[in-house]
Design a binder for this molecule. Structure first.
Ligand SMILES: [Zn+2]
Length: 338
């Protein structure tokens, strides 16, 4: 059974290829961080090499070895994916790694039917590495399948994309994620709905949040800092921008958390309280919806969306954060109770 949930289009295409011996030499799986690109790639590697008649069975030696990263013919080459991990310099996939891959690709499979190379973060291939990989994609050795994963297709060389079968993964409905959390992870309905809403269509985010408490704690910190920033001075806002502007992954995460809160404020203003995602902060969001006018809310939502788009193009992060925080509406500090 495939572990991937939803994504019927991509699954049918792969299943059809396996059943009819019509596999492509290279696939490009596209989708935002935590949508399930790696899960699908592993599912696919298992389905191709599985020993039983209903692949992927997840039970046979081959499926288990692949899941454990111990299969000789399935290799994962890791870049650092934008948004899902800290973007550090040196995270590029180098030409040496691709040359080693080429050498291994020219040898026959050791224990499976196919050799599979999963390249995680295809947008991080250096220019030389991408051109080197292109040569292999143009004349792929038999019994080799490349699976490239990316959250930012615009940074992948167009000539590489044209050699691959594209599989675009779509965000899941929040109900689908909520159902998975109650059935597979035994969460109660309320917690499942909260996480499913916050996951914004990406099941991997919700699964991380179940197993790792820091995910929700980090989100709470970003949301509460945003509440604080609404009432603070311009100077403090710029200090905050400088702090967040030094870490791309954190800045992106903070902006996504804020965007989700501002969408909630918009929903409350339009009398759709029941659709609010950040239900654990409902009271504060309701208070803010009364203190902000609809134009302020709409303009700031657009500002956050623009900032996220600029971050994706690797523009100056500190500048983006400064502009975002200067665009944030400023509220008068609430008179404190004596
Ligand atoms: Zn199997």
């Amino acid at each position: 059974m495939w572990q991937t949930i939803g994504q019927q289009r991509a699954l049918s295409l792969l299943e059809h290829g396996i059943k009819n011996n019509g596999l492509a030499h290279a696939y490009l799986i596209i989708g935002p961080p935590h949508i399930g690109k790696m899960t699908l790639a592993i599912d696919f590697a298992q389905a191709i090499n599985c020993q039983y008649s209903q692949p992927p069975c997840k039970e046979c030696q081959t499926c288990k070895k692949i899941a454990g990263g111990k299969h000789a013919d399935v290799r994962v080459i890791e870049g650092t994916e934008d948004g899902s991990a800290e973007a550090k310099t040196g995270s590029q996939i180098s030409i040496d790694e691709i040359k080693a891959l080429q050498h291994s690709a020219n040898l026959p499979p050791y224990e499976g039917k196919y050799k599979i190379f999963i390249i995680n973060g295809a947008e991080n291939l250096s220019h030389e590495a991408a051109n080197c990989l292109l040569k292999t994609l143009e004349e792929p050795p038999p019994h080799v399948i490349f699976v490239l994963l990316t959250s930012n297709e615009s940074l992948v060389l167009p000539t590489i994309i044209s050699r691959c079968q594209r599989l675009e993964l779509k965000p899941l409905a929040s109900e689908e994620i909520s159902r998975m959390l109650t059935t597979s992870y035994k969460l109660d309905g309320q917690k499942a709905r909260l996480l499913a809403g916050l996951a914004q269509g990406c099941p991997g985010w919700a699964i991380n949040a179940v197993s790792d408490n820091t995910v929700l704690a980090q989100r709470a910190q970003f949301v509460e800092e945003m509440f604080f920033l609404l009432e603070t001075t311009w100077g403090e806002r710029l200090t905050y921008a400088a702090k967040l502007g030094s870490n791309k992954a954190s800045a992106e995460q903070a902006l996504r958390n804020w965007l989700s809160c501002w969408r909630d404020i918009m929903l409350i203003k339009n009398s759709c309280k029941e659709a609010v995602v950040n239900s654990d902060y409902l009271e504060t969001l309701q208070d803010l919806s009364q203190r902000l006018n609809i134009a302020e809310v709409r303009t700031f939502i657009q500002s956050i969306e623009r900032s996220l788009a600029y971050i994706a193009t690797n523009a100056n992060l500190r500048l983006i954060m400064e502009v975002t925080l200067l665009n944030m509406p400023r509220l008068k500090e609430r008179a404190r109770a004596p």
